[in-house]
Design a protein around this ligand. Sequence first.
Ligand code: ZN
Length: 203
Amino acid sequence: MKIICIGRNYSEHAKELGNAIPEAPILFIKPDSAHIRPGYHFYYPAFSNDVHHELELVLKIQTMGKNIPKQFAHKYYDEIGLGIDFTARDVQAELKQKGLPWEKAKAFDGSAAMGHFVTKKELGDLNAIQFHLDVNGETRQRGNSANMLNKFDYLISYISNFFTLKKGDLIFTGTPAGVGPVEIGDRLEGYIGDSKLLEVVVK
Ligand code: ZN
């Protein structure tokens, strides 16, 4: 299983980090060792002092595909959930400055915390999925799939030109604005609408 992530897919988030809006989707990958199953904790890594939460809608691939045309992309995922793309922002800033790959900041152990999935049918309009993240009961991030620069089907098609998608692969579709640091002891809860799908405690 691999995890493919999209960078800067919401313009408000690109702005908050002072980044330009990309012309094509920015892709990066997390290995299976980054994956945290629903109900498990996140352990704050020793190499960072500024780990941020990025709550994102996550697509679960249900069948293998390569070079998928956009009009068929909907057949390759049936479930959507929430995940947190934990990011060591201090490490990332240093790597970006040097023009180096982001893996140490983005793909470390436990950096992809997952919640539960719901079916597309249950969600209804995929272009109006409201989601939010509460930290210790206070809402920190709000997003809506309507504000994604690149939509799900285009992302699947685009990604599959580079990486064969396999059953069980996860696609993190980018973070809305409102990212910020987490502290040891924080309880992070992710919601789609009013349904809580994700809960992670920082240890
Ligand atoms: Zn992200």
